[in-house]
Design a protein around this ligand. Structure first.
Ligand code: ADP
Ligand code: MG
Length: 257
């Protein structure tokens, strides 16, 4: 059998804030087309670890490999150039612009008008946006609607479409379903499955174990900055993951109390 190679590998990552070790010698891999859930209680180090991967923070120690080569990710642009896109909770969309303008935000397509001046090529951006939404099975009636008039789930889908349009190989999502209603949560989970089928690798942070068990292939659990467990979905249970998150010692103490 051909050995699969990780798309991303982080090795012995350490990130300190003053005297606090937020991430302590964490190593993990993500394979192409794999959904990895990053789990842990508040303050476990999840957001800090993904910010190291997405170039927001530079690690104090450790190495990062992408597509088999060691990379130095010094800033968010370095990550984006590699194909690592991160969807934060605020989504970084422009509320007053429409859907297709957001997909092309900062990367607008221009055309020459009368062979003289450069103007925005609205038709091209509209058509391209429609194609990417269709490819991902996302339903938004008009791509001329402003972001502020869309539902939470639709906004999420626009942010994800933008990443995929610009060739994300690894999509990182911090709590993608946290602010959504049940129907919308289901759509985001469907979208995650569609992305996986299309070969996109995903790291998802979520507190909702029910969601995680529906989409994740593998789970990595952090506690107080350290990796305390890693499980394939089919070989674990929500109970086991919960005890890893809160710490088996605590469960023992509770029993004794
Ligand atoms: N910018 C920062 N400055 C100082 N401490 C931070 C900073 N960001 C996070 N921390 C601390 O690092 C630890 C890990 O935080 P974080 O990565 O946000 O955890 P999680 O996302 O798992 O809730 C926490 O103790 C947090 O208070
Ligand atoms: Mg966090």
């Amino acid at each position: 059998m051909e050995e699969r190679k990780p798309l991303l590998e982080v090795r012995d990552i350490v990130k300190r804030f003053g005297g606090l070790v937020a991430v302590n010698r964490v190593s993990m891999e993500v394979y192409p087309g794999e959904v990895v859930a990053l789990l842990g209680d508040n303050g476990a180090g999840k957001s800090t670890l993904i910010k190291v991967i997405s170039g927001v923070y530079r690690p104090d120690e450790g190495r990062i490999f992408f597509e088999g080569k060691e990379v130095k990710i010094q800033n968010p642009m370095d990550a984006i150039r590699l194909g690592i896109e991160t969807i934060y909770q605020d989504l970084a969309l422009a509320e007053n612009l429409n859907v297709y303008s957001n997909i092309f935000l900062g990367r607008e397509k221009l055309k020459k008008w009368l062979g003289l001046v450069s103007v925005l090529d609205h038709d091209y951006m509209l058509e391209e946006s429609r194609k990417i939404l269709d490819r991902l099975g996302i339903e938004i009636a008009s791509l001329k609607s402003k972001i502020k008039n869309l539902s939470g789930g639709q906004r999420q889908s626009v942010a994800i479409s933008r990443s995929i349009y610009w060739n994300a190989k690894l999509l990182i999502m911090d709590e993608p379903t946290a602010a959504l209603g049940v129907a919308e949560q289901r759509k985001v989970l469907d979208l995650i499955r569609t992305l996986r089928e299309q070969g996109v690798a995903i790291i998802i942070i979520s507190h909702q174990l029910y969601d995680v068990f529906q989409v994740a292939d593998r789970m990595v659990v952090l506690r107080r900055g350290e990796k305390v467990g890693e499980r394939l979905r089919e070989e674990t249970t929500p109970e086991e993951i919960t005890s890893l998150i809160i710490g088996a010692e605590l469960v023992e103490e509770d029993r004794r109390a």
